[in-house]
Design a protein around this ligand. Structure first.
Ligand SMILES: [Zn+2]
Length: 255
């Protein structure tokens, strides 16, 4: 057994017995791990709680070849008050967490995944007014795919190489990891898997598409479709069979 200190995001918590909690964590130093925190649930003796969505620093008693480690002292670094107070931000966070929980299973070092997830929460926390919040989730899905090695190529058509897809959009072909332009797929623009030009340009960080104009470019129905399209792209590559449940919640809250 080794004793280690690490920053972690609390992805989910489950009460265990009278006063303990089992937490799923994304840690900076040890990847995705599960830990049991004894005696942390709210009680007169122990006012500290371990809650979903917190950034904590904790002491871990790591047992080799075990799935469940013991959590020692916990200190909360950030509990993201603006996210907690807003259903829309919570829904976006939950979609992000669900994808993390379903895509990272091994206890390996994933410092870059941890930093990327934390940066997403920091943006959600600080966005003033959030003119078009769901595009933050699009960025998250797209960046997560890149980090896990299946970046969606938005720069050229996967068949003819045309760079037009970056501004005109194209039909997402998950197994090819890219888009088909409207010359290569005649019905691309009306296909359910069409990624419109403004969304492609936004994800590439190009074009005149700030968040306000971006929100005007899509109907609520289109926003849902694009959100699911990008989530499904990740699901395909991660072999996640079931839909992300959190997207239902997101739909009811944001659209
Ligand atoms: Zn083409």
């Amino acid at each position: 057994m080794s004793i280690e200190k690490t920053a972690s995001l609390v992805l989910s918590v489950m009460p265990y017995r009278e006063s303990s909690t089992i937490a799923a964590l994304l840690s900076r130093n040890y990847g995705r791990i599960n830990g049991i925190a004894k005696g942390v649930r709210r009680s007169p003796q122990s006012p500290l709680t371990l809650e979903r969505g917190q950034l904590v620093e904790l002491v871990l008693y790591l047992k080799p070849h075990r799935d469940l480690h013991t959590i020692g002292a916990v200190s909360v670094i950030n509990y993201f008050p603006a996210i907690r107070a807003d259903l829309g931000r919570l829904a976006l966070r939950d979609a992000c967490f669900e994808l993390i929980l379903k895509s990272v299973t091994a206890s390996e070092t994933h410092g870059e995944l941890f930093d990327f997830a934390l940066a997403f929460l920091d943006r959600l926390e600080k966005l003033p007014g959030m003119p078009f919040p769901v595009c933050e989730l699009w960025s998250f899905f797209h960046g997560w795919a890149r980090l896990l090695g299946f970046l969606l190529n938005l720069r050229e058509c996967v068949r003819c190489g045309s760079p037009r897809v970056a501004s005109a959009g194209g039909m997402v072909v998950p197994e090819k990891g890219g888009l088909l332009c409207s010359s290569c797929a005649r019905n691309a623009a009306t296909a359910p898997s069409f990624l419109p030009g403004p969304a492609a340009a936004f994800l590439l960080g190009e074009g005149p598409y700030g968040k306000e104009p971006l929100s005007a470019a899509f109907t609520p129905g289109e926003r849902i479709r694009i959100t699911r399209l990008l989530a499904d792209y990740c699901r395909y590559h991660l072999d996640i069979r079931s839909e992300l449940k959190s997207l239902h919640f997101l739909e009811t809250v944001l659209f």
